[in-house]
Design a protein around this ligand. Sequence first.
Ligand code: GDP
Ligand code: MG
Length: 163
Amino acid sequence: MPPLIAILGRPNVGKSTLFNRLLSRREAIVEDRPGVTRDRHYSQGTIGRKSFRLVDTGGILFGDDHPLGESIRKQALFALEEADAVIYVMDGREGYLPVDADVIGRIRRSGKPSVFAVNKVDTVKTEEVLADFHRHGVAPLIGISAAHGRNVDALLDPFLDLM
Ligand code: GDP
Ligand code: MG
């Protein structure tokens, strides 16, 4: 079976947009409001002659009172558990958020190959935003625009050896 790459991150950061972009098709629902993807959503893609599987998740909610928050979080943590590799997506418009530190720590402790994507760099001053994440020790870091496809393929580079 091709390696499973989990796309994790808080709601609305652009995970489903990225999922569709990496697969070159519109499978996952992209919505302008958080919490649309609640369970996990799998698909398979190719890059050159290599294949990979992707799982899109509902996102990881922190300390909020969304009635589904806990179950969405469990789904995402399950995805981390079962994945061979992780793409953690953050929103460049929001910058580094301390709430991300918890899950970034979990991803590191999992020992799984991972890459940290700062999405929506089409809307911000990329260098300044990336510097902010760097200061917090988030690495390897890559600025992307899932909506425009910028740098998206580069996200898979660290995982090519697994495929
Ligand atoms: P998810 O909740 O993490 O799956 O996020 P979605 O993929 O549903 O996207 C949430 C919102 O962010 C939608 O309105 C998207 O159109 C928007 N979005 C996603 N990627 C980008 C991007 O690269 N740039 C900009 N400007 N908006 C984006
Ligand atoms: Mg989604």
